[in-house]
Write a protein that binds this ligand. Structure first.
Ligand SMILES: *Cc1c(COP(=O)(O)O)cnc(C)c1O
Length: 223
């Protein structure tokens, strides 16, 4: 199967799950560690939304593709390093992985310089995993209260990445927590719950995801 066939297959599965769940869902094609050629195969067939996690790798791909194709949108899903943040604000429409107050302040400063409002998600770490980014559930309210003070930031919702489980149903309990927090704050602006990857996006949609991040099942194994 071609990359486009893979994409279409996942897209249809997302649509089906979305209908079943009764809410809209967007598909983010996670192109980190994937070649420009593979991305271009999708871009020339009107796939608009791509996710990247490393600034250095992403920028040349973004430059090339957005010069050639209209309306592309790139999301940053990787760990936020403050020395790369200016570029992230410059090149990405949505940052999924914000989890600190000092990062909020820097994003706001850079967004202000660039005269834009930067859309962000707050990343949750519900299962208290040491190695993962994200804030604990009981810190969310505090960070959201800080974020409202930054004029050049719009908090669009939450991002969550569960522990890796062979048996994905073990993560339902975490999806439920993410979804209930999302529903607590949901409004016209705060309308995005980013969760679900290649192996669990259908389950994540059932539990409220409005944006799924799929890499391997679209592009194949990462190089
Ligand atoms: C790599 C990555 C994905 C995609 O993972 P796949 O299992 O390849 O679909 C999704 N979200 C984040 C944050 C990632 O880093």
């Amino acid at each position: 199967m071609s990359i486009l066939d893979n994409y279409n297959k996942i897209y249809n599965e997302v649509e089906l799950s979305s209908k079943k769940a009764g809410h809209k869902v967007e598909l983010l094609a996670v192109s980190k560690n994937q070649s420009l050629e593979k991305m271009e195969e999708l871009a020339k067939n009107n796939v608009l939304l791509f996710g990247e996690s490393k600034v250095q790798e992403a920028l040349p791909k973004i430059e090339y593709l957005s010069n050639k194709y209209n309306k592309l949108s790139f999301h940053f899903i990787g760990k936020v390093q403050t020395n790369k943040l200016k570029k992230i604000v410059e090149y990405f429409d949505l940052i999924h992985s914000v989890d600190r107050e000092d990062v909020l302040k820097l994003i706001n400063d850079y967004a202000n310089e660039l005269n834009k409002t930067q859309d962000i998600l707050i990343q949750l770490n519900i299962a208290h995993e040491q190695q993962k980014n994200g804030i604990a559930v009981d810190e969310l309210e505090r960070l959201l209260n800080k974020a409202v003070n930054f004029k050049n930031i719009a908090v669009k919702g939450l991002m969550f990445m569960p522990p890796y489980e062979e048996d994905i149903t073990k993560n339902i309990k975490y999806f439920e927590v993410a979804n209930s927090l999302f529903n607590k704050y949901k409004d016209d602006t705060f309308n995005t719950l980013s969760m679900g990857m290649s192996h669990d996006f259908m389950l994540a949609i059932e539990y409220g995801a409005t944006l799924v991040r799929v890499g391997t099942y679209i592009f194949g194994e990462r190089i």
